[in-house]
Design a protein around this ligand. Sequence first.
Ligand code: ATP
Ligand code: MG
Ligand code: MG
Ligand code: MG
Length: 527
Amino acid sequence: MPGHLPDATGFALTATPAGSAAEQPGTACFATAGPTTAVTLRAGDWLWTGFLVSPAGSTPLPGVATDGPTTVLLAGELYNQDELVRAVGDPKLADAGDAWLLLACLRRYGPHAFRLVNGRFAALAADGGVLVAATDHCGGVPLYLAVGAASVSVATEAKALPTMADGPHGQAVTGLRPLRGTGAVHQVPAGGGVVVEAAAGRPRTRLLRTWTPPLHRRHLPEEEALREVREALDRAVRSRLRTGPAPTAVLSGGIDSSAVAALTASACPGLRTVSMGTDLRDEFREARLVADHLARAHPGPAATGGHTEIRIDTADLLAELPWTIWASECTDPDVVEYLLPLAALYRRLPADRPLRILTGYGADIPLGGMHRDADRLAALDDAVAHDMETFDGLNEMSPVLSGAAGHWTTHPYWDRDLLERLLTLEAGLKRRHGRDKWVLREAVADLLPAETVRRPKLGVHEGSGTTSSFTLLLREHGVPDERIGAAKGAVVRRLYDRLVAGGAHPDEIDLGQETKAALHRPDAPGI
Ligand code: ATP
Ligand code: MG
Ligand code: MG
Ligand code: MG
């Protein structure tokens, strides 16, 4: 059993009030790889029917904990177990597994237990007549919901919702927007849960907010800021490690992933690093510089586990577009460009053993790393605040991207505690002495080559040549340069409609044909 991965990585369930006629589940279509387990379970006053998906070889009912009227299903994992064990006052829970710990928290605090949890998860819980469907502070594991006349369906992938198959139907949910192309499928907001109570057999919903990005900023002396960032990043990395096979880090040689790799290598032996590139572009030299440095810094029994370069032809990279959209369920063309090279990389890692992968993804949002001209601090902080207002629903952090290849990813920079600390640093600590992400660079400077610490930011879509190859595809279809951006959006939305709302499998998709179809719609930004 791969105990170094979460017990469950996804689910699609329908909850009906116990005693009413439950629908038998048909099949569920997950992009997340791994065995699916059919479930029929009494949970509080509800009956749950549907499917779980778990990394190969997990336990019979992975991720489920039941005690009397309380049942919890957890897809994903928690990172502040120590704190939670203290909160519920039962040291035995330290080794019981994350679902049991969450169950104890729910017993003590009710639905607002989700306000205490730092993790990467989506969960469904029943406590007597109350049902809660919740995701973590950043919607790290996306969660979708459809409310029928006498049932509620919840799934970690929109395409796996049972209601998707027979044409989505259902009620509006107060406070939630329906998803594109569906009448009544809603995404649970980041830092949110939907609480359902069956009133006379009819589900009544309300939205529970569990986290919101802070808007205040703190001025700290340099030394204090550096110490805080170093310690919080180190904690975020360590809380993401598990006993068992050594972890993997996806490494570009940029400061974000290099810092994660360095702290991981310090925390445990055997770290493997992997770097992707294309025929157009790569960051192999920069990544290897870091890998070699870490290998020298950790000799003997603490040695690192080696570094691998994976080169992907542009044509093969583009062929991953349908897979990327199928897995991430993302309709934003910019985000799809960031995710595409990573999806392609994950699908080229050995599939015979599930990996725990740490990334440097997401550091640029709280640190304003993408905003290269933000010399004015006001503009930098505006950019940070704007990104935090608009990230929800993009699914940038979704574990399904690697889950489609059977691997589990986790992103230390979006650890709840670290994210809050980074966000709230005043902008002058982020851009300082003429450098972007100054506080991060300085905080880890002792662990990395000086060249890495100084290296300017390079986006994953740039360093891998992804932006240029997607652009080339559209030029080949005759799209003029000024319409490339709009055309990318049209292609991404077309693929989403086929794959998510339409239920197609990525291997059925002819990218050339779909691109043509997207560009030649009457309302399309074609030629
Ligand atoms: P910087 O933002 O300063 O360039 P970075 O390269 O680590 O640092 P991003 O460019 O934002 O970060 O990329 C996001 C993450 O995606 C990286 O931290 C890394 O984990 C992963 N990644 C990016 N490019 C590659 C690559 N070529 N090979 C492997 N992983 C990559
Ligand atoms: Mg980033
Ligand atoms: Mg980055
Ligand atoms: Mg980079």
